[in-house]
Design a protein around this ligand. Sequence first.
Ligand SMILES: [Zn+2]
Length: 302
Amino acid sequence: MTPYPHSFKRFTVAASLCAAAVLAPLPALSQQAVVQDGIKVRPLSTSRIFAGGVDFNEQSKQQYTQLVNEAREKNALVPDSDPQVKRLRAIAQRIIPFATRWNEAAGSWNWQINLLNSDQVNAFCMPGGQIAFYSGIITKLNLTDDEVAIVMGHEISHALREHSQAQAGKGNLAAVGAKLAGAGLSAWLGVDPSITGTATNMAAQGVMLKFSRDDEREADLIGMDLAARAGFDPRAGVILWQKMAALNKGAPPEFLSTHPSGKDRISQMNSHMAQVLPLYARAKGVSVNDLPAYRSNAVASR
Ligand SMILES: [Zn+2]
């Protein structure tokens, strides 16, 4: 799901501002061969190495810091003490230990998780592990923890599989560069609803990096795998897309403009459910047959 924001201006950061949001570094996992259960781990795309020498992780960290600071200035950053922020970080802490399975470098990423106060139905994870959720995706879809984990797993998967870098390496470098040098973050990330009164539609501005359909399919599957290993029900992925489709009957959420064709995604998720359900059952310490049916909740009325 998401943008991968892409870009920005350098600026000086008050170190104390970010410190609180930085999660504790994770111990590097052993480099032993990956056991191929769940979704098969494949090598990273080779095209990412032609991404023009752009240090995505460093740039994304700077962009994210700028975004968070701008959001804070505009009262659009939900504070650390908020229960929803704590909830997102608790879910992330369960998922992140499994990230190195897909990309060993993730063990030393500067993981951060923040919640932006915006009606937009969106979320993203930047190439170096900086995650943001928009409050709209949680409230409008009334997401359960399992569904949050699916969204988060999907976004993290784009970062782990270096989809942004691969897109850049495949010839989209000019587009990425334009975004990296682009206008103010708040304008294209639409984090300024309190000031403008209207959420900016990022997709309409053409500022979002679009991933290929293959990237999206891969992120869906790896996201379910990550969530399942962390003890979240992968069947929530199907419900998530059904909720998204229901919401789409009104105005399409921003998320959908970069994540098309929900039906195909649901059928793909279902066709791989037998691979990821055992991971979930194992995390819960029960057999697959003993797993209760997944229970979601109603979508909030708009
Ligand atoms: Zn995506």
